[in-house]
Design a protein around this ligand. Structure first.
Ligand SMILES: *Cc1c(COP(=O)(O)O)cnc(C)c1O
Length: 430
């Protein structure tokens, strides 16, 4: 497969954009090779600047649950554009999208819109601190909550410990209030509570998608809720990725655990930049201008972005069965890939929740970040490169999640499994 034009485009971008990309994971660093430059998306497919076509299992890292150029979303955006791009004043579109979010999530009574997941989480943390009057927060090793300072804390040893900044430019003073615990390990959370009586909130991806795909155990989440209640600490579900992806009613509907604050992003904007955070009135009323916790945004609730989000969520609401259909397809994909991998002596660990799927080349079950790092990175890189040449676009990192869109048909799933079989065979005979 010829990717000359992409290579040239990447070379030119690297001269004037750091790393040639505007978000690091796009650079293909963890799989080697160079990124594909996209010319357009259509339905299930991405096309690159060399004219190659790929079935897209990345879906812009989640947002495009109806695939590329979904007609109703596209029309909603075009219609909104014709009325003006931005006003910096309220529009009915914001209330309409807010109503849908409140309807979908039992735990959300009020919601505020921002422009990214990072902003949503950053604001939710500030709100939790303002509401409780406490400073410390607990996060889990391997969970990603955007790139704000206090959340950019390195995956540690798993034992609860004070966080160290994972990026130069983040003062240790900013992260000393971030305590680390191990995913699916309640004892590690208890240790955090033993060490601090100043914990404002525990933030977790209840269905983790940023250390590979690892849904939390139900019992673990129930115990987490209990610990938070005992300590008058807020529980934040970061569902920027899993919201409207694993279930249209949130992880709370899958697990029976009710969070105090939920953060959303990705699907909620239908491909436009939208983030959101919401919760009980009592908490949300602390926000400016009703309350003292400041939070703002020039382009927050942007009318074009709201239109895309409203069209997406409306379509989800009207197609109640869609998540079950996508889940069946995702399960077929990972089962099929596991089967053809096994024939070549390769063991895969897989998981599916709704339209999200994940796989590790790992002999053992994966429950936390440490388990995830034991996966065969070299094999993943070879798999990724092989699938790309076959015309299947998977996330270019083993710490990401796969996504099925409604545009991906059962036939495409079969083709993907057949391609994976060829790729595994080639890897094993190399
Ligand atoms: C993507 C993601 C974020 C950050 O969202 P951005 O829109 O990239 O800023 C935060 N939390 C989770 C769980 C995510 O998957």
């Amino acid at each position: 497969m010829n990717r000359k034009t992409s290579k040239q485009a990447f070379h030119e971008a690297q001269n004037i954009i750091p790393g040639g990309v505007n978000s690091p994971v796009r650079a293909f660093k963890s799989v080697g090779g160079t990124p594909i430059f996209i010319s357009e998306g259509n339905g299930a497919y991405l096309s690159d600047v060399d004219g190659n076509k790929y079935v897209d299992f990345v879906q812009s890292w989640g947002p495009l649950i109806f695939g590329h150029r979904d007609e109703s979303i596209e029309n909603a955006v075009i219609n909104a554009v014709k009325h003006g791009l931005s006003f910096g004043a309220p529009t009915v579109a914001e209330t309409q999208l807010a109503q849908l979010v409140v309807d979908f999530f039992d735990s959300i009574e009020k919601v505020r819109f921002v422009s990214s997941g990072t902003e949503a989480v950053m604001s939710a943390i500030r709100l939790a601190r303002g509401f409780t009057g406490r400073d410390d927060i607990v996060k889990f090793t391997g969970c990603y909550h955007g790139h704000s300072d206090s959340l950019l804390v390195e995956a540690g040893s798993g034992a609860a410990t004070f966080g160290t900044p994972s990026s130069p430019g983040v003062p240790a003073d900013f992260t000393k209030h971030t305590l680390l615990a191990e995913y699916n390990n309640i004892e590690s959370v208890k240790k955090c509570f033993e060490g601090s009586s100043d914990i404002a909130c525990v933030i977790i991806e209840p269905i983790a998608g940023n250390m590979g795909f690892i849904p939390a155990d139900k019992e673990f989440l129930h115990e987490l809720r209990k610990l938070c209640d005992e300590n008058k600490t807020l529980l934040i579900f970061d569902e920027v990725m899993s919201g409207f992806r694993a279930s249209i009613n949130g992880a709370e509907s899958l697990t029976g655990v009710t969070p105090d604050i939920v953060t959303l992003g990705k699907v909620i904007g239908g491909g436009m930049p939208v983030g959101a955070f919401g919760g009980r009135k009592e908490i949300m009323n602390m926000l400016s201008p009703d309350g003292p916790v400041y939070q703002a945004g020039t382009l927050s609730g942007n009318p074009v972005a709201m239109a895309a989000g409203f069209a997406s969520l409306t379509k989800l609401k009207q197609n109640a069965r869609v998540m079950a259909v996508l889940q069946t397809r995702a399960q077929r994909l990972v089962d099929g890939m596991s089967r053809v991998a096994k024939e070549q002596g390769i063991t895969m660990q897989t998981a599916v929740r709704g339209s999200m799927f994940g796989f590790f080349f790992n002999e053992n079950p994966v429950k936390n970040f440490k388990d995830a790092t034991a996966t065969d990175a070299e094999l993943f890189a070879a798999f990724h490169a092989g699938m790309l040449d076959e015309g299947f676009y998977f996330a270019c990192s083993l710490y990401e999640t796969g996504f099925i869109s409604t545009a991906i048909t059962d036939e495409m799933i079969e083709e993907t499994i057949n391609a994976a079989e060829r790729v595994f065979k080639a890897i094993k005979s190399a």
